[in-house]
Structures are given as C-alpha cells and as structure tokens.
Write a protein that binds this ligand. Sequence first.
Ligand code: ACO
Ligand SMILES: O=CC(=O)O
Ligand code: MG
Length: 533
Amino acid sequence: MMTRPTYPAGIEIEGSITPEFAEILTPEAMEFISKLHRKFEPRRRELLQARITRQKALDSGKLPDFLPETAEIRNGDWKIAPLPKDLLDRRVEITGPVERKMMINALNSGAKIFMTDFEDANCPSWENQIQGQINVRDAYRKTISFTSPQGKEYKLNDQIATLLVRPRGWHLMEKHVKIDGDIVSGAIFDFALSFYHNIKHLVANGSATYYYLPKMESHLEARLWNDIFCFAQDELGIARGTIKGTVLIETILAAFEMEEILYELREHSAGLNAGRWDYIFSCIKKFKTNKDFCLADRAQIGMTVPFMRAYALLLLKTCHKRNAPAIGGMSALIPIKNDEAANEKALAGVRADKDRDAADGYDGGWVAHPGLVPVAMAAWDAVLGDKPNQIDKQRDDVNVSGADLLNFQPETPITETGLRMNINVGIQYLGAWISGSGAVPIHNLMEDAATAEISRAQIWQWIRSPKGVLNDGRKVTHELFAELAADEVAKLRDEYGSKWTKQYEDAAEMFKMLTTSDDFVEFLTLPGYEYLA
Ligand SMILES: CC(=O)SCCNC(=O)CCNC(=O)[C@H](O)C(C)(C)COP(=O)(O)OP(=O)(O)OC[C@H]1O[C@@H](n2cnc3c(N)ncnc32)[C@H](O)[C@@H]1OP(=O)(O)O
Ligand SMILES: O=CC(=O)O
Ligand SMILES: [Mg+2]
C-alpha cells in the first residue's frame, strides 16, 4: 500500500495516484507546476477574456484584418533561431493519441516526426493524461513497450521518429489539480510535466522537448507560451531557446497574425502547421452570426476552396520568409480494410493532398495512420531529394489579402445527406470521446475533436442563418434537425446493438444541446469534460 505523496502547501490533487502515477506526480514536479500557475494563470485568464471581447466585435460586424500596430514586425527583417538537427527533416509527421501501443506504432512507422497528442486526438480523462505522461517519459527514454491482451509484443525499432508533444489548448482545465484553491490550466499541466521529467535527459542526448501549440487566437497568446518556455528553462537551468514549439495556425484570427506569432516565439519557434480542421471550425464559429457567411456541406470544404487555398499559401510564404518550416495539415482519409477499390480511392485522395503541399513548397505534412506514411514520403522525396527541407523556397509570388482569407466559398450545396452526416458523426464521436477515446474511425474517416466541431457548428449555424437552406429548398430548422436526429439515433442504436451504451445515449443528448442552445458553446470538449469529471 502506498501513501499519497505529501505536496507543498497550496497543492491539491483530487485524481487517483497509483504508484506509477506517483512517479509523474512527484512533489517536485507539482511544485514546478505551482510556480508556472502562480506566475502565468492571470495572463491566461486575461487572454481568454480578450477572446470574448474580440468575438463581440466580430458579432457586431467588424471584420478581422492584419494589425496596424504590428506592421513593423511584418515589415522587419528577422528570422527565427536556427533549428535543432532533429527538426530539420520533417517530411512526414504522424500523429495520434498518447496511447501506449499507438505511440510505439507511430514511433516505428517510418515517419520523421511523431506528434503525440494530449489534445484533439485525446479524451483528457485523468487516467489518459497521467498514463500519457508515463508513456511520453518511456518513449523519450526509448524503454516503452507494450503487450496486447492477445499477447502481441510491441517495442521500439532502432530507427524511430522524433517525438513532439501537443499539450491541451488555453481553454481546457485540469480539474483534478488545484493550486491555492484554483484549478490549473490543462496546457500548463501537460507542458510542465512533459518538460520537467524529460528535458534534462533529452538535452544530455542532444535533443530537447518539442511542442505543437494548438488553437491560439493571437500573437499575445504565443507570447504567453514564449514566456512560459523562458521561465521553465530558467527554473531548470536549461539554456533559453532549447525548447521548440510549432504553432498550429488553426483559427481564422491567428491567420491574420502568423508573422507576429513566429516573431513572439522566434527564439523557440519550429515553424507553423496548417491545422485545417480546427481552422474550418474557427471560421464557422467566429462568423456564426454573420448573415453573409454560411459554408456548404463539410465534405465540400477541401484545401483547394478559395479561403483554404489563401490560408495555406499565406502560411507557407510567411514561414519561409522567416526561415521557418511550414508543415501541411491532416488529410482525414485513412486506409480502408476489405475494400480494395475504396482503399485505393482513399490513398489517391491522400496522395493528391500531399503532392500538392509538397509541390507548393511545404516542408512536410501530417498523416493519421502508419499505412499513409509511404504515400506522404513519396510526395516529399520527389521534391526534396537529398535536401532535408525546402525552407529556401520563397513564395514571393503569393499575395494573399485579408479579403482572400475571408472569401468563405462555397456556400452550396447544403444537403440532407450532409446534415445527416454531421448529426451521425457528431453523436458517434461525442459518444466515443466521453467513453475515453479522442480519435475514432467513422465512415472510413479519421474523426477527432476538430472534425467533430465542424459537424456540430455547421448545424448550429444552418439552423440560424438565412442561408442555411437545403438544396431541395427546405430551410434547416430546429424541427428538421430534431426529426433527422431522432432518425439517425434510431439507426445508430440498431447498428451498435449492445455497444450502444449509456454514454452514446448521453452523447446524443449533449449533441442536441450543442446545436440547439441559443448560446454557442465555445468547444464541445467543455461540456464533454464536465461529463467526464
Ligand atoms: C485535426 C487533427 O488534430 S489531426 C491530429 C489528431 N488526430 C489524430 O492524431 C488521429 C490519428 N489516427 C488515429 O487515431 C487512428 O488512425 C484512427 C483512430 C483514425 C483509426 O485507428 P484504427 O481503427 O486503430 O486503425 P486500424 O485498425 O487501421 O489500425 C491498424 C494498426 O495501426 C495502428 N494505428 C492506426 N493509426 C495510428 C496512428 N495514428 N499512430 C500509431 N498507430 C496507429 C493501430 O493501432 C493498429 O495497430 P495494431 O495492428 O498494432 O493493433
Ligand atoms: O489540429 C489540427 C487540426 O486540423 O485541427
Ligand atoms: Mg486542431
């Protein structure tokens, strides 16, 4: 029987602490978190408040633009600091939840980088978070192994991907930990534990902890990350600039501040990534009450529609101008078992996506599944040859205006099939999420928090926008939604049989709340987390 560790005054942990968890939740690590919390929590709250203020301005019809007060940064001649050698070649990056077996598979997949995810692909239950930190520790030390219930052994190959960690976004909390009576930020918690336990080991081996930084809405939010990195490094006697962070540009507001975000993090930057799924979600969310704006079915919004193309090219141009890598987003297509023709079609879709990014000048791109690594690798091998990246490829020919970023087309078609698909996928995803899984295959696509957000945000908007009209002339209304939702739930109950647990029934109710409540819920993971807690 192990007694709970004794923590310094002001620190309370309400989650379970097994002997393994205690190796992560040490008094020293928790004290480190408490320092970060005490110093930075007020700023995190101010920045979340600033998001609300900005949303009010958008709701009143003000459109975003490049900031006049930071023109000097955009016009200045500066570069990000040199990249460490293990971040020079990022031609294929695989992602996945912080799940032990998947982490081993991803590290062995042949990809250059593996981003392990405490965020979009993860359900942040206490067990997932702390077991995730154990897995990260063991992966960094190359001791991670796993035996499946069927007895299959998993261990690391000699050659593995460089590991990056994605902590939760600024909006999520870690409810199981309180400092001075306040709940701590999930972002600070995830970052702090992965840094505290691993940085010295990694530095001694010529590497460091590297991060993907999600869902930011302004360069001031990037400044907060940079200040946290500086403070954390100083506290542990690590040279400033050792940590590197790649920022996901996955909100429409951040798209107007890409240069400023790179500038804020320039000492710690490893470039930008086109977080395309949250980006679409953000476009819908930020302009949800704007009567001029209403996107077509989710399936229509690929990377080549005007506003997505403008965003992708601006990101690429911005990165290379500042000597920073530009990493392409995730195709949601995954390999399809037992249907050769459908599988070929999915692979062709991924290939087209990766070929386009590689030809444009991107330095690498994300894949969702080990089976897609060769497809992406071929796309970049073809353009890179022996070079590790193509950061030297300047895209001065690209000219993207604010109006291009806001050219939200196509608006049609919105179809009954698209509406049903949003309902069906949204409920299945939420059900899986509150049951503990943050990434799931649904209808042969990878679904995670970002893709599911699009589904529920579209319905919310279609019900309220005058443009929310199906291609057969029917307006999307509360009544139509209720009718189709009842039908989809009935079908799912049938399909799932005994696997349709109470969680799925509750997910259906939560999904209805998310789409019908007058106030738009900022993130579906917020009520999801309440449910878990
Ligand atoms: C919008 C964004 O934020 S994108 C980034 C966040 N999203 C993600 O990271 C999602 C990553 N992908 C996944 O989680 C998975 O591919 C899923 C859930 C979509 C599908 O997973 P599965 O249904 O298990 O796929 P499948 O059955 O084909 O898997 C075959 C094998 O590949 C493994 N595998 C599949 N995807 C991954 C992955 N991303 N990383 C590591 N291993 C993987 C499976 O674990 C399985 O291993 P096994 O044979 O040893 O048991
Ligand atoms: O995090 C990635 C995204 O597309 O969202
Ligand atoms: Mg995202």
